[in-house]
Structures are given as structure tokens and as C-alpha cells.
Design a binder for this molecule. Structure first.
Ligand SMILES: *Cc1c(COP(=O)(O)O)cnc(C)c1O
Length: 362
């Protein structure tokens, strides 16, 4: 409120204003990356990062089949082809063992998505990129502050992208950011974000390339700076909720969640508290459980649908049924439990109790 009021009363409401740079610097520092470019949402952040990487028509970009639609659309905006890889059934992230088979001479970028706040196994992805001369773009929209081997999401690739939509762990209402250590990618991101105005200020209205207006306003950045200043506190609330959920869901037959082989390497920030229901073991379907929760005043949301099933993407994903079995199964079994940072342990215990007693009654 203080920062937004300051921006309002001083009249600095456009993208010119001290909070934009303040937010960029603070979030870059928080993430452990050198450069940051604030933009107006996470979808355009992905498009800007792909543009900075030089992705163009005819190129291919490898993405997980199970993700939020913006990951695929951003690739389409460049004219490139999104190439889908199924997920690992345990981590729910891109299956790193299946990436190599999808690399072709046209592949330019691998875009791992850290789904629901849990980072991908980045070492093998970076090894593959090195072997094949590819770049890596992290879609870190769901994983502010998550870590992998001690490094934060957004800091383990050539360039990364964040969203600050209202339901993300850090928010500006609508907003996004591109982060990179590479000075060249940083310059290109700034250039394309602002209509390709010459970066050096020379020949002001002369534009050599077609750019975009993806600027973030000072008002949004004012919210963002305040959010980053309390990022550790917000992260702790999400992590605490995630642990409470797991403790209270422990041992319910047929309830699954994201797991990793080496838990010590990962710090999950639990953007969404997500579970999947194995109907046979649980004794009821996801839909029956959701209806039972609803009857008990507990709201839920369904998981994303696989990219191969999106009619908008059919020309890229036209694949025989069963090519993405783990995505298909997860989309059919998964849903989000209430995930607000402000939940109390009593509420979480109550929600899990409703699930447990429903399972016992089956
Ligand atoms: C939210 C999200 C985006 C898009 O962010 P917006 O700010 O809503 O445009 C992109 N990728 C993933 C994985 C997301 O969850």
C-alpha cells in the first residue's frame, strides 16, 4: 500500500518509475541471477525469452506435455513448433529420459517447466543441451524460491521466465519477468520488450526490428518490490502448508503426490497442494471425491489437460492415443486442494480428515 500510494501520489504510473528497476534488481538478487526484465505477464515473459534466444519459424522447442497452456502458446507465437515430452509419473515434471529421442536438427531450446513448485531434474537437461548445442529456458512461473541442489528456480539455465499472476507464490496481480546471466540475452530482452527502440538511445524513432510492448507499470512493480521484500516469509507459509498436507494425508490408500528420488536435492515451494487419486486403491474416483469435498464446503480445481489433447495445438500434437500415458493418467486423476498461504493447520487437518473418512467408508 505504501509503495503503490507513493507511485500514485508522485504520478509515476507508467513503466517509467523507480519501482520497475527496484523490483527487477530485488527479484534478480533473490533468485541469484544477474539481470532481470520485468514484463506485463508470464505468457509474454516466455515469448520474450524465446525471442531473445532467437527462436523463429521452423525451429522446434521441447516442452513437457503436462503444463499450463502458456508454455505451448509462447512457442507458437514465434512460429516455432512445440514438441511435447511425457512426464515422469513420480515427479510430474518432464521425463528427462525421454527428451533425447525428441531432439532433431531443428531443435533450438529445451523448456523445462517446474510444475506446482517442484523443480525439474536440471543436471541431465543441461547435459543434453550441452551435448546437442541447445539452449535451456526454465518456465519457472510456478516456483519462485524453489531450489535444486541449492540453486533457485530461474538460476539454472540460459534464461528463465516467471509469472506474477494473482494466484502465484509472488504476485503483482498481473506480471512477469525474464531473468538471465547472459548480457547479450539481457540486452535482447530489453530491446524486444520495448518495441525495439534503440537501446543506446540513438535515432530514437528508428526501429530495425519488429518489437513488442510488454512493459510492466510502476504500479505493478510497486506491489512486486513489496512482495520480494517478504518473499522468504511467503515461501515459508507455502512450505509449511505443503508439509502439513503431507503429514495429514500420509497413509491414505490411493492418494499420490509429487515425489523425487533424492529429496535432499529439492526444496518444493508447493504452489498448489496437488494430489492424484488412484480409483482402485482409493475406492472412488477423483470426481466422487471432489463431489464429497464440495458437499463438505471444500473447493477444489482440476489439473491441466495435456498439450496433446488441446484442439488449438492439434497440428503439433496429433499423436496416437496413448503416446503420453503419464500425462493422460495424471490429468484424469489429479486436482488441487485449497492452497492459500493463510490456511491454518486445523483447516488442513479437517480437509484431510474428510478425505480419509471418505476413503474408509468406501
Ligand atoms: C501461470 C503460468 C504461466 C503464465 O503466466 P501468466 O502470468 O498467467 O501469463 C506460464 N507458465 C506456467 C507454467 C504457469 O503456471
Amino acid at each position: 500500500m505504501k509503495y503503490v500510494t507513493e507511485a500514485m501520489t508522485t504520478g509515476w504510473i507508467s513503466s517509467t518509475g523507480k519501482y520497475v528497476q527496484g523490483f527487477e534488481e530485488a527479484f534478480a538478487q533473490y533468485t541469484g541471477v544477474r539481470h532481470a526484465v520485468a514484463v506485463c505477464n508470464g505468457t509474454v515473459a516466455l515469448h520474450l525469452a524465446l525471442t531473445a534466444l532467437g527462436v523463429k519459424e521452423g525451429d522446434e522447442v521441447i516442452i513437457p506435455n503436462f503444463t499450463m497452456i502458456a508454455s505451448a502458446f509462447a512457442v507458437c507465437y514465434t512460429g516455432a513448433i512445440p514438441v511435447f515430452v511425457d512426464i515422469d509419473p513420480h515427479t510430474w515434471n518432464i521425463d528427462v529420459r525421454q527428451i533425447e529421442a525428441k531432439i532433431t536438427p531443428r531443435t533450438k531450446v529445451i523448456m523445462p517447466v517446474h510444475i506446482f513448485g517442484l523443480m525439474c531434474d536440471m543436471d541431465p537437461i543441461r547435459d543434453l543441451a550441452k551435448t546437442y548445442g541447445l539452449r535451456v529456458l526454465e518456465d519457472a512461473a510456478e516456483s519462485h524460491g524453489a531450489t535444486y541442489k541449492g540453486k533457485k528456480a530461474g538460476a539454472v539455465s540460459d534464461i528463465s521466465s516467471f509469472s506474477f499472476f494473482a494466484n502465484k507464490n509472488l504476485t503483482t496481480g498481473e506480471g512477469g519477468m525474464v531473468l538471465t546471466d547472459d548480457p547479450d540475452l539481457f540486452q535482447r530482452s530489453k530491446y524486444y520488450k520495448n518495441l525495439c527502440f534503440p537501446i543506446d538511445g540513438s535515432r530514437t524513432y528508428f526501429h530495425e526490428d519488429i518489437g513488442f510492448n510488454y512493459r510492466m507499470s510502476n504500479l505493478h512493480a510497486a506491489i512486486g518490490l513489496a512482495q520480494v521484500e517478504r518473499a522468504d516469509e511467503y515461501k515459508a507459509m507455502r512450505v509449511r502448508n505443503g508439509h502439513w498436507y503431507r503429514r495429514h494425508l500420509e497413509g491414505i490408500p490411493g492418494v499420490r503426490w509429487q515425489t523425487v528420488d533424492r529429496p535432499a536435492d529439492y526444496e518444493n515451494v508447493y504452489w498448489m497442494n496437488s494430489i492424484a487419486v488412484e480409483p482402485k486403491e482409493f475406492g472412488a474416483t477423483r470426481e466422487e471425491l471432489i463431489a464429497h469435498l464440495k458437499a463438505n464446503n471444500i473447493d477444489t480445481r482440476l489439473f491441466f489437460i495435456g498439450m496433446n489433447k488441446q484442439s488449438s495445438l492439434l497440428k503439433f500434437g496429433s499423436s496416437p492415443e496413448g503416446e503420453y500415458p503419464h500425462t493422460d493418467r495424471l490429468s484424469a486423476q489429479g486436482f488441487y486442494l485449497p492452497s492459500s498461504s493463510q490456511l491454518t493447520e486445523a483447516t488442513i487437518e479437517e480437509i484431510c480428515g474428510v478425505i480419509r473418512s471418505f476413503q474408509r467408508s468406501r
